[in-house]
Design a protein. Structure first.
Length: 540
């Protein structure tokens, strides 16, 4: 049995597969097999593998074309390694990926090592303005954090966490014994329309903790072959209906949803499938329909030409689940989409966000992009990398005299539950009409708790003032008006002890009259921003 299996399911895509294979074959770790699952036994794929003549490559095929999920299941059955990962046939691995994962597994004693990949848009990507663009958030102080799987799942089902933060087989190395536990109980490993997402759900359900590496071991490649991405984010018609049916099969939506050509609803269908199908999830997670509707609305401008259809789906979902549509933040239509600018920006003390023009470098393939970023990144030495939160403890505890910070790597970021964007260097913006945070207090409150919330407001001179209401346990504890965008305001909160009898503060913020930077012509950001929380402190 080899230590590692790198599995690549493919379907008639030798133009990108050749370069994905080059990154897999460049691994610095010796005990590796590369499993290529040739969907439908494409002769060109077979010829490519014969040309490469690499003994580590094991070639398997099906006689007919299978759906994505069926092909992935077949590919997994042919993997014999102890640590397994999948990459797409337009993706790439960094050369030290297997070596780094092996060292972290041994040091941290975990069964899964996960990460957030960089992203390379191939030159032939469907949206020309994004073609040949490399997007990478580089951490120059890489570390490992041990995360609670249950906490990640709970946040995911409340739409407070993107699916890419789950320990998917597409962005993780997973021990074989985890996969065996799942298949023994459920009969298979991959489910639904999106096997990458569902693998993250079942991995988290059957593995209590996992390691999250802040520096990626792979890079996602998005090309004209990327069926799921192009089907839901490219212009309508780019992916023909017969190709969608070939790759996904006949799509029948859960009755609790509405039929819609929409990525968020598509993924929610798989979430409901596993919520019902997986015994370990029963009573532990439940899809939050209000926040599903809010997530669909928040992404309403992501795909050109679908605004009205998405708005209709939002209305139908709200009506079906008895949700007041006025409580949903719905961005105004953005008629012109501009690609983000190229360049580099600090997004934390040790992090830099890169947007690289592949035409200028130049880049042409995923292997080129891997080679460039390998020069820019900090070395990832899994043998010495810092391991944080080794117990995988849940939650955030607020102590008298201490401050919780909400910037990148801030100690308060795990307390941000719903309605927040990605943390930035200074703090985190709210991106919905309701945003919440949850933390415990130590020692438990016997009298009213005072907290000072440091924030900034997104207010336009051309628009109305922003009104903020703060609630704890359903009761208003503060309300204030933000007439301008002056940064670094402080709002004092007084929370009666009776509202936190169990020592946990569930704080909810409600906003009126939200606007997006794109709506005001300030940037390409279509998020509806309210306040950006910088920190919350608890005077002794």
């Amino acid at each position: 049995m080899p230590r590692f299996s790198i599995v690549i399911p493919t379907l008639r895509r030798t133009d990108t597969l050749r370069h994905a294979l080059a990154t897999a074959a460049a691994q610095s770790y010796g005990d590796v097999e590369i499993v290529v699952q040739n969907n439908g036994r494409d002769p060109a794929t077979e010829a490519l593998l014969q040309e490469l003549d690499d003994p580590r490559i094991r070639h398997f095929w099906s006689s007919s074309v299978l759906t994505i999920t069926e092909n992935w299941e077949a590919a997994l059955a042919n993997a014999s390694g102890d640590l397994i990962t999948f990459i797409g046939d337009d993706d790439g691995l960094f050369p030290d990926a297997c070596r780094t994962a092996a060292e972290i597994v041994e040091r941290a004693g975990v069964e899964i090592v996960s990460w957030q990949p960089f992203c390379y848009y191939w030159p032939n990507y469907a949206r020309a303005e994004l073609g040949n663009r490399l997007v990478a958030l580089v951490d120059y102080c890489p570390h490992v954090q041990i995360l609670s799987s249950y906490n990640q799942l709970r946040r995911f089902y409340r739409f407070a966490l993107h699916y890419s933060q789950l320990p998917m087989l597409y962005n993780s190395f997973v021990r074989r014994r985890v996969i065996e536990r799942i298949t023994q109980e459920l009969g298979s490993y991959f489910f639904g329309w999106s096997p990458d997402v569902t693998s993250g759900i079942v991995n988290a359900a059957y593995c209590p903790q996992f390691a999250r590496l802040s520096s990626p071991l792979s890079m996602t490649g998005i090309s004209h072959h990327s069926t799921g991405h192009n089907a839901f984010l490219a212009n309508r018609g780019f992916v023909p209906a017969d190709r969608i049916e070939r790759d996904f099969g006949t799509i029948r939506m859960d009755d609790r949803l509405v039929p819609a050509d929409n990525l968020e609803i598509f993924i929610a269908d798989d979430m409901l499938l596993l919520q019902d199908r997986v015994p370990l999830l029963h009573g532990r997670v439940e899809l939050d329909f209000y926040r599903l509707i809010q997530s669909v609305a928040a992404a309403i401008n992501d795909r050109p030409g679908t605004y009205d259809d998405t708005l209709a789906a939002v209305r139908q979902l709200a009506d079906r689940h008895g949700i007041d549509l006025a409580s949903i933040a719905i961005p105004a239509p953005v008629t012109q989409r501009r690609a983000p600018k190229f360049g580099a920006a600090m997004v934390g003390r040790n992090r830099v966000q890169f947007a690289i023009d592949g035409k200028a470098v130049p880049l042409a393939t995923i292997a080129d992009a891997i080679g460039l970023m390998k020069q820019i990144m900090a070395p990832t030495d899994g043998a010495t990398i810092e391991i944080r939160n080794p117990t995988g403890a849940d939650g955030v505890c607020a102590r008298r005299g201490e401050t919780l910070a909400f910037g990148v790597d801030g100690n308060g970021v795990p307390a941000l539950a719903n309605g927040w964007g990605e943390p930035e260097e200074w703090g985190t913006w709210s991106v919905a009409k309701r945003a919440s945070m949850s933390f415990s207090v130590d020692p438990p409150a016997t009298k009213a708790i005072r907290a000072d919330l440091r924030y900034r407001a997104f207010v336009s001179t051309a628009g109305p003032d922003l009104t903020v209401t703060c609630r704890v346990a359903g009761q208003d504890v503060a309300a204030w008006n933000c007439p301008d965008a002056t940064p670094a305001r402080i709002q004092e909160l007084t929370i009666p002890a009776a509202l936190v009898p169990d020592g946990v503060i569930d704080l909810e913020l409600l906003f009126s009259d939200l606007r997006s930077p794109a709506e005001l012509g300030l940037s390409t950001d279509t998020r509806l921003l309210g306040i950006g929380v910088e920190a919350i402190s608890f005077p002794a």
